[in-house]
Design a protein. Structure first.
Length: 420
């Protein structure tokens, strides 16, 4: 989620009120709703991890478990933002150097700072967070932990288990710049579709060749099975930069919304008739999550800031969580054992006499403590590295191609909302 977890690149991703294909990329341009999307994604993830329907609380707590798809939203937004930045920078003579410097300054300090603290510093004081993490630490240092999690029946990496998604994104950052640099826009679109199909095929193969439990682990964390969401975001970024960008983006929104509704209906009928195992459902579930996330990103991009949807997604509340989403993602799961020790949900439920009130209180406290950790990390550590971006890799890209006379975003927004 790193890309999504902040202004990672130093370039504010914006379309403003211009026609979509003439996207300006000056530093001052900015779409608040994209930070809002980050905020939605991290809140979904935290609600998922901090809720426990087995303790009661009714349908609301069960609904929170849909927050597992927040990772898919992160992936789609990451693919969208990174691909847009790379495509806009293709004429930059320092294309690769600038990209990797800026990504490294955003991602590595916190990631490796946590690893150094957990795997190097604390053991010197005889504080061992988890022997399993020490035993398999090479997978973490090399950004390959997602394959360990997906391929092992016993290894979860516990407090650092959620780093699997950071590994998926880092692998994407490593390979994707070369792909975009070597491709025209049309070839890039074909590449994105190929990646989507390969991802679906990988999930089908995993389900066909493994037990349900093993297939679930593989499809959940292995890059080849999860790259569909990244490819969906990348596809949308390239569509937005075509000669009829806004019109084409609307058509994508209509297609994704219709395809999602159709697949949901088919899955409901098939599941009721055949009672498919979870592994089989995973083949389609990750596609559905990616497509829905794509629709949400389109809505965020094309909605004017003054519209109701623009104000909602771009609200200060959501943008606040979007700003600190990287730190929130890193710390919230690491701190979970402490939350359960010092203010367990069961204790709050007993005191308040209500499973719903107790669990909601626990979730609010856990999110609040995670916010404190993320803010401290940002202000005391991360932002000092971000300040080096413009010194080591100054932004050189200012505008996207001005190739089309597309409809204003106000009409685009209403069209996509109607389609979705």
């Amino acid at each position: 989620m790193s890309e999504l977890h902040a202004k990672d690149t130093g370039q504010k991703e914006s379309i403003g009120t211009l026609p979509l294909p003439t996207i300006a990329r000056p530093k001052s341009s900015y779409i608040p709703a994209l930070d809002g999307i980050r905020g939605i994604a991290i809140l979904m993830v935290m609600f998922y991890h901090f809720s426990d329907p087995t303790l009661g609380g009714g349908p609301l707590l069960k609904l929170f478990k849909l927050g597992v798809s927040g990772v898919d939203l992160f992936f789609v937004l990451s693919g969208f933002l990174i691909t847009g930045i790379l495509f806009d920078a293709k004429s930059n003579p320092y294309y690769f150097r600038d990209f990797y410097i800026r990504r490294s300054l955003r991602i590595f300090p916190l990631y490796y700072g946590v690893l150094i603290a957990v795997l190097v510093v604390l053991p010197q004081f005889h504080v061992i967070i988890d022997p399993v993490i020490l035993q398999h630490q090479a997978w973490l240092w090399s950004y390959l932990s997602n394959f360990l999690v997906g391929g092992s029946e016993v290894t979860t990496l516990n407090r650092l288990g959620h780093f699997w998604s950071l590994a998926v994104e880092e692998q994407f950052y490593l390979v994707w710049p070369l792909m975009i640099f070597c491709c025209s826009r049309k070839t890039g679109l074909v590449l994105c579709v190929s990646c989507m199909l390969l991802s679906i095929g990988s999930r089908i193969h995993a389900v066909a060749e493994n037990t349900a439990e093993t297939a679930h682990r593989i499809t959940y964390s292995c890059t080849q099975c999860r790259m569909e969401a990244l490819a969906v975001g990348a596809f949308l970024a390239l569509v937005a930069r075509g000669p009829t960008g806004s019109h084409s983006l609307i058509r994508c929104g209509r297609f994704l919304a219709a395809a999602t509704a159709l697949q949901l209906g088919l899955l409901a009928v098939i599941h009721m008739a055949a009672r498919l195992p979870m592994g089989s459902l995973d083949v389609a579930r990750y596609s559905l999550c990616a497509w829905l996330a794509g629709v949400l990103v389109i809505l965020a991009v094309v909605s004017p800031p003054s519209s109701r949807l623009g104000r909602l997604i771009g609200s200060r509340f959501l943008r606040f969580f979007g700003k600190y989403s990287y730190g929130l993602y890193v710390f919230h799961w690491m701190l979970l054992p402490s939350f359960k020790k010092f203010f367990p949900a069961e204790q709050l439920i007993a005191r308040l006499g209500s499973p719903l009130a107790g669990q909601l209180s626990y979730i609010v406290l856990a999110i609040g403590m995670s916010v404190v950790a993320a803010q401290l990390s940002w202000h005391l550590f991360e932002k000092h590295f971000l300040g080096l971006k413009d010194k080591l890799a100054p932004t050189r890209v200012e505008t996207l191609t001005e190739s089309c006379r597309a409809q204003p975003l106000a009409s685009v927004s209403s069209s996509v909302r109607a389609a979705a």
